[in-house]
Design a protein. Sequence first.
Length: 276
Amino acid sequence: MAETMEWTGKTVEAALSAAAAELGCAADSLEYTVIEQPSRGFLGLIGRKPARIRVRQEEDAAAAAPLAEDPSADMIELETHLAEEAEETGTESGADEDKPAVSEEKQAVSLEEQEVRAKKFLEEIFAAMHIPVSLQRSENEDGVLFQLEGEDLGILIGKHGQTLDALQYLTNLAANRGVSGNRLHVLLDVEGYRARREETLSRLAGHLAEKACRIGQEIHLEPMTRHERKIIHMALQDSRRVTTYSAGEEPRRCVVIVPRRRRRAEGRRNRDHEEE
């Protein structure tokens, strides 16, 4: 007697490979039927559907219980996907042959409705990734903050916060899509990561300011987001020994720390040169 079971995957091949791995057999030895083809959905995330197959399993096949889905594997895929989407949407015009009116005609959308869009966007992403996340809402001077809470959410942050920044970028894109007038700015944080990062950057700014004064030369920091550059500028804005400015083009724009003594010396040399 045979038993049928269903598997899903990013592609039909991925679903078949998952079935073969769980059943302990070769993929080409399985009989299967494609129930549903994969769908990319809006921005590759909202409405995204995996491929679904039904596999015919013989009675003497291994009857292991279905394995729990691995959220870390899903999040590795999400991290890569978010980075790709953020890069793609930054270069696309936003036009879609199936939805020309959305990209061409701006609409008057309230801030409340934009917030609803953002929340729905996040909830659907986490549901698709099978990650239980609660959203704690608050407001600050920069906009609406969603604090993401749950177990083992460090993977949502990514290297130097890159995954979190990409997710925040796409959330704002979804909230502001086709909006004219006031646009809601959505901030995302995971278990207080932003505050810890701000403290780290503030300490870094102090150390590098001391170094700039010691060696008498300007110091270029690594490329940072606009928000992180602002943290560096604010940390040193009251310093009498250094000044800061931003240089370069996005996404390689960075903060430069310049010792004031050097600037005064350069100013004197320039004036002497002009007098000559």
